[in-house]
Design a protein around this ligand. Structure first.
Ligand code: LLP
Length: 419
């Protein structure tokens, strides 16, 4: 029996056996771990009028979404596709918030008519569009203004979102003028604030600072006669990807919110993605071959950057373990790479690992968030299968993509038309 890297994440499930049946690359998720993360956050938030709005972009697999909906979370969506996934998975429309800097009219219309709980508005043009579409449908849209608190989240530049120069949200002064002139948007019930300062936050100090700014601004708005019913602090809670990193505790996060928003009598919303699912997933892959370069040992896997983009895009670290045991094996420093024709297709450089051979199975850890959801078919590599494990059982929750499914929709240029 493989007890996956001693953590017990998939205790009772033999991953080697699993990939004999389901092939590789294979995403494997633990239902128990996802449920326990939701519970932990709910417990930390107990006593507050607070709701979880899971960021669907982290992992939008329908079975994963269904688990989260059943556990009592709502959803944070950023596209019509995510809206449809969330509804299909069973989230109540009222528990869905719609974030994003470029919502199209069609997306706004779809969300409005579905009856979502709240729009997180990022620009005046968007506010105008929501008003126009709400009038045409005879509906009232409930909305929060996404403020940009201008704090440095101390995370990777590509996932930092709360500095003034980032494209997200609006400055407090701009937000204030929207509230002061809210009669201009009679079909928009503007009664909330939203923010999201960045992702993979290991240091909670910027969260505390941003929350203070939001709380202070909220007080000013209320004093100016604008009722505020909802404060959404976004996502961002980081997880431990490697030794030495210390992930914040849910309790510490909740304590910050309690302090910052003491006295606020509306609803608090949090939009975690990664924290709920990242550590519940692994990408299991087989070693295609071992290649001895002039100065480096390459471990060539059958998974690649199209399956898991984070290392290529952000130089992100993911632990990699040999499934089936490491004991007694000589340590070799490997460049762990995929078969895609780019040097960037590298999962790890000079990584000390037990000696591996062709055919061995390895697991790339921390692959439950921003992993399958960021996958592509680059190099004409079909999307991998995904399985969900619950106790000693597993279910295929996404079939391995076939070649035909991958090219569906493509056709020879025979049907020529005039634009
Ligand atoms: N709310 C909003 C408005 C967001 O933009 C995001 C993430 C979240 C919530 C959830 O953040 P989380 O709790 O997962 O940190 N692909 C990158 C991460 C991008 C995050 C984008 N926004 C990565 O792989 O690290």
């Amino acid at each position: 029996m493989t007890t996956y890297c001693g953590t017990g994440l998939f205790a009772g499930v033999d991953l080697e056996q699993l990939v004999e049946h389901e092939g590789t690359p294979l995403y494997v998720y633990s239902a128990a771990m996802i449920r326990s993360r939701v519970r932990a956050l709910q417990q930390a938030l107990q006593g507050l009028d607070a709701g979880i709005r899971y960021a669907v972009k982290a992992n939008g697999n329908l079975a994963v979404l269904q688990l989260l909906a059943q556990a009592g979370a709502g959803a944070d969506i950023v596209s019509a596709g995510e809206l449809q996934r969330a509804l299909r998975a069973g989230f109540a429309a009222a528990d869905i918030v719609f974030s994003g800097v470029g919502k199209t009219d069609a997306e706004i219309d779809m969300a409005l008519t579905a009856g979502i709980g709240r729009f997180n508005v990022e620009s005046r043009a968007e506010l105008d569009a929501i008003q126009r579409i709400a009038v045409s449908r005879g509906l009232i849209a409930v909305a929060s203004v996404r403020i940009n608190p201008d704090v440095d989240a101390h995370t990777h530049a590509k996932i930092s979102t709360g500095k003034a120069e980032n494209k997200f949200g609006v400055a407090l002064d701009e937000a204030r003028t929207w509230f002061d002139h809210k009669a201009n948007w009679p079909n928009v019930q503007l009664d909330g604030l939203h923010m999201h300062i960045g992702s993979q936050l290991l240091d909670l100090a910027p969260v505390a600072e941003a929350a203070q700014r939001m709380a202070e601004f909220c007080k000013q708005l209320i004093m100016a006669g604008h009722p505020i019913h909802s404060l959404d602090v976004g996502g961002g809670l980081g997880v431990r990807y490697r030794d030495g990193e210390v992930a914040p505790l849910a309790a510490a996060y909740a304590a910050i919110l309690r302090t910052a928003f003491a006295g606020f009598d509306g609803r608090l919303l949090v939009e975690p993605g990664r924290w709920l699912v990242a550590e519940a997933g692994v990408l299991v892959s087989r070693v295609v071959l071992v290649k001895q370069g002039e100065s480096r040992h390459f471990l060539v896997l059958d998974a690649a950057m199209n399956d898991l983009l984070r290392p290529s895009l952000y130089e992100a670290w993911h632990d990699i373990v040999r499934v089936g045991g490491e004991a007694g094996r000589e340590i070799v420093h490997y460049d762990v790479v995929g078969p895609v024709c780019e040097t960037g297709d590298t999962f790890a450089v000079g990584r000390p690992m037990p000696r591996c051979e062709a055919g061995d199975v390895v697991a790339i850890l921390g692959a439950g968030a921003y992993a399958a959801s960021m996958g592509s078919t680059y190099n004409s590599r079909p999307l991998p299968a995904e399985v969900l494990i619950d106790d000693s059982r597993y279910a295929v929750v996404r079939k391995r993509q076939t070649f035909d499914a991958m090219i569906a929709g493509e056709q020879p240029a025979t049907d020529w038309k005039q634009p």
